[in-house]
Design a protein around this ligand. Structure first.
Ligand code: AHR
Length: 320
């Protein structure tokens, strides 16, 4: 047994080193040219993420090459190709969907460019943090779904007919927010998801989907939306159908954008779990640490707040 421990420790250390050895190196420089591959610009959360990345790069005097996937995974894959061709020093990738963007990470690795995956993750069976890209920086989307469920269980006293508005299909927040929520409500038999459909993370699609689902389920008493924009769309649909959001139908969502905090103050939205979009400082500090040879954890999780009527007003001015 005594002889086994040092051998096991050595094997562990070796596997950590082996993972690092496969990653492209990043030189220490006074300034960098970095790439940021954004998914789309269809909501305030995305705009806040872009502003944070651009603002932090500017503050550091770095050049940031920005690409916009315009809501298409295929376009985002070609955006990463273009960043590789432009020989950026590092790529910050916010992948639209888990599977299609994973090979793009492998391509960048092959080209010797370190990748930092931010916000959403890629499929770990294709590209792995610490082996194919440096780290994943983002929120715990499963926890977000669980926190939304916990709030709803309390607010509805454990009895509700729920419509779930899902995020973009195939994206990690849509997958994980569903998993976290579903797991949590399992133990409360009075909570029933009567319909679950994607609203693609946008206000207008959230409204349209809610309008259609309301026809089939006029007796709905709660909405769980995977982001604030869809919750705001659902509020419009409910009001158009003569229902009072916040009274007839209790709503919970995720993000923490300004309009959502205002909707909480107005009594229409019950609560929103924060998903912080301000990645710039954390992401670029991780990159500098990596260039300086520091060991970077394969996952850097954001600490997110929770907004309800107790703090929405105080948080409004600093929201996006
Ligand atoms: O990946 C994070 C999610 O993507 C945000 O909740 C949503 O608003 C955005 O489009």
């Amino acid at each position: 047994m005594k002889r086994f421990i040092p051998i096991a420790l050595a094997a562990l250390a070796f596997s950590a080193l082996a993972a690092d050895a496969g990653l492209p190196k990043l030189a220490k420089k006074a300034t960098y040219k970095i790439g940021f591959a954004q998914t789309e610009t269809n909501n305030p959360w995305r705009l806040a993420l872009t502003a944070s990345m651009q603002g932090e790069a500017k503050k550091r005097g770095w050049k940031l090459v920005y690409t916009n996937g315009n809501g298409s995974a295929a376009k985002q894959v070609s955006d990463v190709d273009s960043l590789i061709a432009q020989k950026v020093d590092a790529i910050f990738l916010s992948p639209r969907e888990e599977k299609p963007l994973a090979p793009a990470v492998l391509k960048a690795k092959k080209a010797g460019i370190p990748v930092f995956v931010i916000d959403r993750n890629v499929d770990q069976s294709i590209a792995k943090a610490g082996r194919d890209y440096v780290t994943f920086i983002g929120s715990d989307f499963i926890l977000e779904g669980q926190r939304a469920a916990d709030w709803l269980i309390k607010a509805t006293k454990g009895t509700a007919k729920i419509i779930e508005l899902e995020g973009s299909l195939g994206s990690s927040p849509a997958n994980d927010r569903k998993t976290g929520f579903d797991e949590r409500i399992k133990g409360t038999p009075g909570l029933e998801i009567v319909a679950s459909q994607t609203g693609n993370f946008t206000r207008d699609e959230g409204r349209q989907v809610m309008e259609a689902l309301l026809q089939a389920h006029p007796d709905v008493t709660a909405v769980y939306a995977h982001n604030d924009e869809m919750a705001l769309g659902a509020i419009t649909a409910l009001e158009a159908a003569g229902k009072v959001p916040g009274k007839d139908v209790i709503i919970v969502s995720i993000d923490g954008e300004k309009d959502a905090l205002q909707a909480i103050i107005d009594g229409k939205l019950g609560a929103t779990v924060e998903c912080n979009p301000r990645f710039g400082p954390k992401a670029m500090t991780a990159m500098v640490d990596y260039a300086n040879g520091k060991k970077i954890a394969i996952k850097l999780t954001n600490d997110d707040r929770f907004f309800d009527i107790s703090n929405a007003k105080a948080s409004l001015a600093s929201s996006y």
